[in-house]
Design a protein around this ligand. Structure first.
Ligand SMILES: [Zn+2]
Length: 75
């Protein structure tokens, strides 16, 4: 009985695990938002890279979405 309860608790913990946040990049030219391409660092940590070029306009300048407002507000 106690064992079942512990099993339930650990399952609940797994299910409430928040999904990894995907980095997003805004095209500096046309403002299309791209999902970062996931890759792993040599240490095994997840990281994201901006796409090589924008699928909308072909530009290759991207700003991380967390920096976007600041980036635009500076202009
Ligand atoms: Zn673009």
């Amino acid at each position: 009985m106690a064992e079942n309860l512990m099993q339930l608790r650990s399952q609940a913990r797994i299910m409430s695990h928040t999904p990894e946040e995907v980095a997003r990049y805004v095209c500096d030219n046309c403002q299309l938002i791209h999902a970062g391409a996931p890759s792993r660092t040599p240490a095994g940590k997840r990281r994201f890279e901006p796409p090589a070029e924008c699928g909308g306009c072909g530009a290759d300048e991207f700003v991380g979405i967390e920096n976007w407002i600041h980036h635009r507000a500076d202009e």
